[in-house]
Design a protein around this ligand. Structure first.
Ligand code: SF4
Length: 308
C-alpha cells in the first residue's frame, strides 16, 4: 500500500502564528493561560499542555485574575487565532489580566470591517441589519458578533434566513472558514427573498450588500483537496471533533472520494485498516483540516505502515 501525505494540509498561518506565540511565551515563563482551545485538535492541545499551557474559559479568567490579585501578579492570558469580542478586552483590563493577542490578522481585519460597517449603518440606516453566516457559538462568530454589540443575526443555513426582515437594509458577512459555495447560495436566497417582498422591486442597489470574507487559505484549500482526493484510492481525513473547518473539508473530500474516513489520530487506524485491505486499496492519501498538525498526520501514516 502506497501512503501519501497531502503537502497542502496542516495548520494555516493564523494557527501557526498563535502556537508560535504560545511556545515563545512558554519557553520564557514556563506557564501561560489560553482562553479556549488554542486549536480544535486535542492532540496538539495536549502537546502544549505538557509545556505549561493551561486552557481556561471566561469563568477561569475570573478565577486566575482573583488568584493574581492575591499574589500581587498580573496573569497572562493568550487570545487564540479565532479572536474575542471587545467585552473580553475590557473585562481583562478591569480584572488586571495581561492579554497576549494572537488573533489571526485576517480575523482581526474582519472584526474591524464588521465594526465599521455596523457603525456606519447605525448612522445612516439605523434600522439596518448585520447578518453573519457562521456557526452559532463558534469562538470566531462570538468575536464577530461582539463588533455589533451582539445585534448581528447569525445564520448557519437557509432555514435561519427566516429570522431576517427583508423590508430593512442588510449587510452580510461570513465566518472566515465557511464554504464559499454555501455562502453564495445563501446570498442568492437573500436576493430572491428581497425581490419577493412587497417593496423589494423598488430597492436601491446598496439595500443588500454581501461581502466576500472567507479566508483564501480555506477557499483555495477546497480545490487542492479535491484534486488530492481524486488522485488516491482512499483518504484518511485527520481532524479534531470541534473543528468547523474540519467538518467542511471532510464533507467536501467525501463528495469526490467515497472512500474517505474520519480519524482523530493513529489510535483510529486499526478500525479502517481491514476495510482498506479488503477493498484492495493501493494508494492511501492522508490529509486534514487547517487545525490538524503535520506531526499527527505523520503518526497516522506511521501507524498505517506498522499495520501493513
Ligand atoms: S483559516 Fe484563515 S482566517 Fe482562519 S485562522 Fe487560518 S489563516 Fe486566519
Amino acid at each position: 500500500m502506497k501512503i501519501e501525505i497531502d503537502d497542502n494540509a496542516g495548520f494555516c498561518f493564523g494557527v501557526v502564528r498563535a502556537i508560535g506565540t504560545a511556545e515563545e511565551e512558554l519557553s520564557r515563563s514556563g506557564s501561560l493561560f489560553c482562553l479556549g482551545d488554542i486549536v480544535h485538535n486535542n492532540a496538539e492541545v495536549s502537546r502544549l499542555r505538557a509545556k505549561g499551557l493551561e486552557v481556561i474559559d471566561h469563568e477561569g479568567m475570573d478565577r486566575v485574575a482573583r488568584q493574581g490579585r492575591t499574589q500581587g501578579v498580573r496573569p497572562r492570558v493568550l487570545i487564540r487565532a479565532h479572536g474575542e469580542p471587545p467585552s473580553t478586552y475590557s473585562e481583562a483590563e478591569r480584572q488586571g489580566v495581561d492579554l497576549i493577542d494572537a488573533t489571526c490578522p485576517i480575523v482581526l481585519a474582519l472584526q474591524q470591517r464588521i465594526r465599521r460597517g455596523y457603525e456606519e449603518m447605525r448612522r445612516r440606516e439605523p434600522e439596518g441589519q448585520v447578518v453573519i453566516f457562521g456557526k452559532p457559538g463558534h469562538a470566531e462568530v462570538v468575536g464577530l458578533c461582539g463588533q455589533t454589540e451582539g445585534r448581528a443575526i447569525v445564520v448557519s443555513s437557509a432555514e435561519d434566513l427566516d429570522g431576517i426582515d427583508y423590508g430593512r437594509p442588510i449587510r452580510m458577512y461570513s465566518q472566515t472558514t465557511k464554504s464559499r459555495e454555501e455562502y453564495a447560495r445563501l446570498i442568492e436566497n437573500v436576493r430572491r427573498r428581497i425581490a419577493d417582498s412587497s417593496e423589494g422591486k423598488a430597492r436601491e442597489e446598496d439595500f443588500f450588500v454581501a461581502y466576500n470574507t472567507i479566508c483564501s487559505r480555506v477557499a483555495n484549500r477546497a480545490a487542492m483537496l479535491e484534486k488530492f482526493a481524486q488522485g488516491v484510492d482512499a483518504v484518511l481525513f485527520v481532524s479534531g471533533q470541534g473543528s468547523s473547518n474540519g467538518h467542511y473539508l471532510f464533507d467536501l473530500c467525501r463528495r469526490v472520494q467515497l472512500r474517505t474516513y474520519l480519524l482523530y489520530g493513529p489510535e483510529d487506524v486499526e478500525q479502517v485498516k481491514e476495510e482498506l485491505l479488503s477493498q484492495g486499496v493501493e494508494r492511501v492519501g492522508i490529509t486534514g483540516a487547517t487545525s490538524t498538525p503535520r506531526w499527527l498526520m505523520e503518526s497516522v501514516a506511521q501507524e498505517l505502515k506498522n499495520e501493513n
